[in-house]
Design a protein around this ligand. Sequence first.
Ligand SMILES: Nc1ncnc2c1ncn2[C@@H]1O[C@H](COP(=O)(O)OP(=O)(O)OP(=O)(O)O)[C@@H](O)[C@H]1O
Ligand SMILES: [Mg+2]
Length: 313
Amino acid sequence: MNVLEIRGLTKKFGNFIAVDNMSLTIGEGEIFGFLGANGAGKSTTINMISSLLRPTSGEIKILDKDIAKMSRFAKLNLGIVPQDLAIYEDMTAYENVSFFGGLYGLRGAELKARTEEALEFVGLADKVKGYPKNFSGGMKRRLNIACALAHKPKLIIMDEPTVGIDPQSRNYILNSVRKLNEDGCTIIYTSHYMEEVEEICSRIAIVDHGKIIAEGTKEQLTATITDVKDIRIEVKSLVEVAEDQLRLIPGVRTVKLDDHEPVIRIHSDAAVDNLNRILKQLMDSGAEIRAVEEQEPNLETVFLTLTGRNLRD
Ligand SMILES: Nc1ncnc2c1ncn2[C@@H]1O[C@H](COP(=O)(O)OP(=O)(O)OP(=O)(O)O)[C@@H](O)[C@H]1O
Ligand SMILES: [Mg+2]
């Protein structure tokens, strides 16, 4: 049985095509990564799966049932963690989760038990009476997740659940995703953080201009990139590095200076032998080279190569 099946899904806003004839099948037990730059069409796709938006054309099935015909069935089996927080600031954490659980038909003792369980699951058991307005960004994100869990859906879609939070909250959320998955939940995970997607997803789709342009396991995706090499150069300091000059060297596609360490990352045509020129340029501009390494392409290389841009603007 497929948990989600999308066929020829299209969404137009006027003349603009936000989702373009998209097809996708997700099986039980997957953590499926949905990667795309800003405006690629991820949230629009998710909004159609959750029936918030009507497709212009195409078909969506959840657990083999057409959501247009079986909307209640679809709703009960689906949990959505929206990109924009959907929590009420003037209701306690408990009231928030209980409110959403109630929308999914939970009542009485069951609603109470599931609400407590969901709050416990996201690490907010001691904050049940707290108000979101007093919560940190990470706590709000976790509450947002709890609201999607109480009714124990088979499929959970998380639209950038870790955006703008500290590493500790992020780790908590990533571990929760793994745990949910171990408990039998299928997950669609959208993120701008490549490392997260690489770490937790069993399969990944790269979305660009409303289309899926590549799909597979991380290994399958990186194996398609044979024409690019990924060079990592560690220097004493980035101050002496003339980025623009490096970009002019034949074969060089992109040059990126790391924000945290004195490291230069260069994507270059694999067929062009330009390492000597790159290193000479660095030395000529006064940089002190500490280490040079050619690395296996990662998901970021795949993304850059296929879409020609960075995931994060
Ligand atoms: N209601 C709307 N009316 C008109 N255009 C829209 C509407 N909703 C989305 N769009 C456009 O559709 C495109 C896809 O938007 P969408 O929100 O799906 O992207 P996304 O992949 O989720 O991006 P992000 O990473 O920024 O969240 C964008 O160009 C956006 O401006
Ligand atoms: Mg979005």
